[in-house]
Design a protein around this ligand. Sequence first.
Ligand code: PLP
Length: 378
Amino acid sequence: MKFNTKTIHAGQKPEETSGAVMPPIFQTSTYAQEAPNKHKGYDYARVGNPTRTALEQMIAGLEGADEAACFSSGVAAMDSLMKMLRPGDHVVTTNDLYGGSYRLFTKVFEPYRIDFTFVDMTDLEKVKDAITPQTKLMWIETPTNPLLRIVDIEALVGLAKPNDILTVVDNTFASPYLQRPLEFGADAVLHSATKYLAGHSDVIHGAVASSNQEIMENLRFQTKTSGAVPGPMDCYLTLRGIKTLSVRVQRSVDNAKQIASFLESHDKVESVLYPGLSSHPQHELAAKQMDDFGAMLSFILKDDSIEAATKFMSNTSIFTLAESLGGVESLISHPASMTHGSIPKDVREKAGLKDSLIRISVGIEDADDLIDDLKQAF
Ligand SMILES: *Cc1c(COP(=O)(O)O)cnc(C)c1O
């Protein structure tokens, strides 16, 4: 089955008792048993729910994995995955990381004596130098947020495998429509399904897909034991969203390309960070690793001040000023004062995050309207 067909049919079959084409929302906490421990595969809804199973099979199909496990949020999925590690273990990850991942690593897991090294993962030498005999996990995010750098998944897997290091890729920004990390040898893929997978900014949801038995057994153990599971209604909404993943993402990408070239030619713009532009430092790698260049982009104003960025963002009317991404509507945000505001200015600047950097998540509206909105905001 090819990808677009999978978004409709992977793991999906009509419901057995009624023939319902869409999986019912199994709103139940428990299941009747014929005799003690004799049941139809479900005994308690923390452990499993048929609506969740339908979604898990779908996500596994999209990522080319044997299995997937769903969670109540993206960070809950990360939290469950990280619990495979033990005190003394070491993780190598990117310095251009989703803020919530950074907070989870440093505020939750570091106190339990898991060590982290944050490096620029576009520099393979730096990654190599960061590996120690204690390194158990490489946590990759690509494209990165908000600088839209592209990290070479295959090259990092090549560094990890000989050292028995597991590789996990946070694939939230690309979605499986554009990038399937398991094809490059990664051990597991993580999603904040809140974003492109669900796609309508109406649900918080997370997932991990993998063909690695040890990882999946650990995740099943975590869902049963720590219990960060999604409700059946949220599973249904995410599954419903996935049915249009291909058409939504493709249209967003088409819009993003037009917006990127508009911004690149505007005299008030210093630079545009978008992997689809030939000016992007990892443009070639993006073309190799992704099926298309994504719908996230950032740009920096010539007037590099928080005031100039704030003024610009208060002027847009179709772009909504909000955190998050990956929905059908276009969003605009200011990392220096919003998602990355707690990082000191000098540290921000050193990492390449300028005060006037504006990030946009391009939706599926008409590109002309989006460009007009940006035009008048200048
Ligand atoms: C939003 C996001 C997360 C966290 O997911 P939630 O569903 O908000 O918990 C993790 N990684 C990336 C890249 C994200 O954008």
